[in-house]
Design a protein around this ligand. Sequence first.
Ligand SMILES: Cc1cc2nc3c(=O)[nH]c(=O)nc-3n(C[C@H](O)[C@H](O)[C@H](O)COP(=O)(O)OP(=O)(O)OC[C@H]3O[C@@H](n4cnc5c(N)ncnc54)[C@H](O)[C@@H]3O)c2cc1C
Length: 400
Amino acid sequence: MDLEFDDDLKAFQQEVRAFLDEQLTQDIRDATAKTTTVWVDKEVVMEWHRRLYRKGWIGYFWPKEYGGTGWSPTQQYIFLQECAQAGAPRLIPMSLRYVGPVIFTYGTQEQKDYFLPRILSGEHYWCQGYSEPGAGSDLASLNMRAVRDGDEYVLNGSKIWTTNAHVADWIFCLVRTDNSGRKQQGITFVLVDMKSPGIKVDPIITLGLDHEVNQVFFDDVRIPVSQRVGDEGQGWDYGKFLLEFERAGGASGEYKAAIQKLRRMCAAQVSGQVPLIKDPYFATELSRLEIGVMALEMTERRIMSSVAAGQRPGPEGSVLSATGVEINQRISELAVEAMDYYAAPLPPPSPSGMVNDDHYPGPSYGAAVMGKYLNKRAASIYGGAKEIQREIISKAVLHL
Ligand SMILES: Cc1cc2nc3c(=O)[nH]c(=O)nc-3n(C[C@H](O)[C@H](O)[C@H](O)COP(=O)(O)OP(=O)(O)OC[C@H]3O[C@@H](n4cnc5c(N)ncnc54)[C@H](O)[C@@H]3O)c2cc1C
């Protein structure tokens, strides 16, 4: 296992840093820092997406033959770490990490030719239609129907918690085409244009007053059979393939940047005459978080090293997800403790998810603290609830 970067990789790291210095503008960084939701406003993130596209780096994860960079897993890791530490918005994974790889692995030539260039250019912004009322952790219980009618499928049912469905151009869905076998059988993976007649998107406003998730209703929505990926009834396999990549992304760079910011906040906040950074409780908790992130980074590098040796990310991705979420939530809790009474006001976010601090009574660095804290409560649910991640770790990693 090789966890160190050689000279070529260090040179690559410098090249990424130089690009970030030049192209990641202060406007994009500020908008990202002020965002309380998981995903930064579409306009902002797509501006960043287009800058990477022009550089030829947007397909950081994709093979060259489909317009990707062809980077090694280690280069991808360095790229993600550097972007996160520099304060770049997270790229929309539903397009680049999820549906893109499913299409280039299982799609027809026609699907590859049509969809892949549009994902890379940013013309198509995707959302993910997996969960339904009654099918979340137990995803295979999904019920949304797709009934074949000649060269079309007719879709009826609903998807819930669909992030960014209100701004998406396309949705990929797991739908039920057969009920006769085991519940994992008879599931099919389809691609649906959000402008299709019969689709209705209802907002779900969260505890933090954000509009990030939605319920999407399908009422006799017709799609051509050519928008099915792979074989009918085999969608469970494609869906699982996608989830492996969902749980394998490196996040330690983002947490390191968040802890540095929290350190600055604790240096500015004073209790009595003493800055919080010198208070034993805050000093200990900050160190605890830093140690946790160092351990997480080592696990990321271990997984990256085995992927570089030709293996798939595998169930170990659940270790990253479970421990990363704990660190992420703890950072937001400590920020609330540090801001004390000034954490109590919840300035309403704008429709873009950015906090509006015009009337916030405290120092500006505290305005987004409560919004972020509330939004991060959902981190132990989306992308697989923490109990489920622990179940995967106990069975598939520890073989208990
Ligand atoms: C903010 C947010 C964004 C999301 N975005 C999307 C999206 O874009 N697309 C999409 O398809 N879905 C999305 N989801 C849905 C998400 O994947 C589900 O919420 C998640 O899988 C949990 O399912 P559930 O909500 O039905 O809860 P349930 O599965 O009903 O779980 C409820 C509780 O029971 C526990 N539980 C369930 N089963 C077990 C078990 N076997 N053992 C132990 N405990 C168990 C869970 O851990 C949880 O605490 C999003 C969710 C949130 C909160």
